[in-house]
Design a protein around this ligand. Structure first.
Ligand code: GLP
Length: 266
């Protein structure tokens, strides 16, 4: 696991975009796993900018989103499909038929979840999965207690997640209680993972997930078992990491000596 403590949210977003750009240059038909939430907004803006100004090409890219609220239609402004359209998809040249976001209005949840897993396998698996982290340590909507081997399925959200997400809805009662989410096991099968976290509110859970024990009580701690994870946090998000000085030193040395090794586990 490589942990980068960036100076700012902007630098965090740029570093993540650098990794995606390198991946797309290496493999234009990459399969990208994408996340929602406020954390990746700057990263998506940076990808949109690079597409517009530098021609970063998404025409062959295939995308899979982590999760979606149950019973919100794709056109609902708080649905994750709507979020993705308005933060990324509408502004890049991704082929709409290559976009996958769990369909929250499905009648057949179990069948849909099995299909989603099969689709990921059919295209050869996810090359890079981008993640945020919830205040309770969830990745996607894998709330505390989710099996570290879990697959795409229906999950009930915790009170804390419902409260955290209430800010996006007119009325807290409107926040969905259920979501379709990739499982921790699904996420761990991605070939490479980038975890983004920013702000003081995430500092405690980031430290627990990265430097604490691996436990189903903190889903993000399962990333410690993955062979290629890059964590990029801003200074506030990384402020409670015990080894922050070491992570900063590694990053500076790489920048100075071998910049191409940034984002590579070595
Ligand atoms: C939601 C999403 C997660 C996301 C989390 C954090 O719960 N399902 O994928 O990581 O929010 O959101 P934010 O980035 O707004 O803190």
């Amino acid at each position: 696991m490589e942990i980068i403590v960036a100076e700012s949210y902007e630098q965090m977003s740029r570093l993540a975009a650098d990794m995606i750009e390198r991946q797309l240059l290496r493999k234009p038909s990459s399969v990208l796993g994408l996340a929602t939430g406020s954390t990746p907004v700057g990263f998506y803006q940076e990808l949109v900018r690079r597409h517009a100004q530098q021609g970063l090409d998404f025409s062959k890219v295939i995308t899979f989103n982590l999760d979606e609220y149950l019973d919100l239609s794709p056109s609902h402004p708080q649905s994750y499909r709507y979020f993705m359209d308005h933060n990324l998809f509408n502004f890049i040249n991704v082929d709409p038929k290559n976009i996958h976001v769990p369909y929250g209005h499905t009648e057949e949840v179990d069948e849909f979840c099995d299909w989603y897993e099969q689709e990921i396998k059919r295209v050869g698996g996810i090359d890079i999965q981008v993640l945020g982290i919830g205040a309770d340590g969830h990745i996607a909507f894998n709330e505390p207690g989710s099996s570290l081997g879990s697959r795409t399925r229906l999950k009930t959200l915790t009170k804390q997640t419902i409260d955290d997400n209430a800010r996006f809805f007119d009325n807290p009662e409107e926040v969905p209680r259920f979501a379709i989410t990739m499982g921790v096991g699904t996420i761990l099968e991605a070939k490479e993972i980038i975890l983004l976290a920013h702000g003081a509110k995430k500092a405690e859970i980031v430290a627990q997930a990265l430097e604490g024990p691996i436990t189903a009580q903190v889903s993000a701690s399962a990333l410690q078992m993955h062979r290629h994870v890059t964590v990029i946090v801003d200074a506030e998000g990384g402020s409670l990491l015990k080894r922050a000085d070491y992570y900063r030193w590694v990053f500076e040395e790489k920048k100075r000596l071998v910049p191409r090794l940034i984002g590579k586990v070595t």
